[in-house]
Ligand binder design. Structure first.
Ligand SMILES: CC(C)(COP(=O)(O)OP(=O)(O)OC[C@H]1O[C@@H](n2cnc3c(N)ncnc32)[C@H](O)[C@@H]1OP(=O)(O)O)[C@@H](O)C(=O)NCCC(=O)NCCS
Length: 170
């Protein structure tokens, strides 16, 4: 029988406090640092789902909705929301909390795609995701459309890459 997994099997939660080395000159968190956290959480989530080595194939746009201040806690939650044959879409939600007042803000939501890789570095099938709650079912059903958009975007990127090549631009 085909192996299946639920969304909860891939849930990853990471909470950190924002310290000075993670911030810019405005005292708010570096976007690049947050993106690294997002990729980290999503990679663990994909590997919990597939139980194989998995690589980041793409990260959809990240809108930074709210600044995250030094001293805030930043909590990232990720889980697999859609599966293709060898690919997994992971959604990561980022919530910042002012630890003194308790105010919480959602700072970013990002979708990433990971591909499971076999021992020869080739894409390998992943367990099919079986969503259970209404929210999980909605994310799964809309996931197919997001995957199609990414396929088209990848083609566009490949065309641009082949046009520019790897030589220095000038
Ligand atoms: C991602 C990668 C494994 C795809 O390998 P490939 O041989 O081109 O594989 P395919 O074209 O057969 O695609 C395999 C799956 O990945 C998906 N995929 C490939 N590129 C994708 C992209 N840019 N975004 C989303 N999905 C992508 C395909 O849709 C397919 O999904 P499916 O099997 O669920 O239908 C390969 O391009 C790679 O190794 N890239 C570098 C990854 C990496 O190093 N990441 C770290 C960043 S530094």
């Amino acid at each position: 029988m085909e192996e299946t997994k639920h969304n909860r099997d891939s849930l990853v939660i990471k909470t950190s406090i924002v310290l000075p080395p993670d911030t810019n000159n405005l005292g708010t968190m570096f976007g690049g640092k947050l993106m690294a956290y997002i990729d980290d959480v999503a990679a663990i989530s994909a590997m919990r789902h597939s139980r194989t080595n998995s690589v980041t194939a793409s990260m959809d746009s990240v809108d930074f909705l709210h600044p995250i201040y030094e001293g805030n806690s930043v909590c990232l939650e990720g889980f697999v929301t859609y599966t293709g044959r060898t690919s997994m879409e992971v959604m990561v939600r980022v919530i910042a909390e002012d630890l003194l007042t308790g105010e919480r803000n959602i700072c970013a939501i990002s979708f990433l795609t990971f591909v499971a890789i076999d021992g020869n570095g080739k894409p390998t099938p992943v367990p099919k995701l079986v969503p259970q709650t209404d929210m999980q079912k909605n994310l799964f059903e809309t996931g197919k459309h997001r995957a199609e958009i990414r396929k088209k975007r990848r083609k566009d990127t490949e065309l641009i890459a082949s046009t520019f090549g790897a030589d220095l631009p000038w």
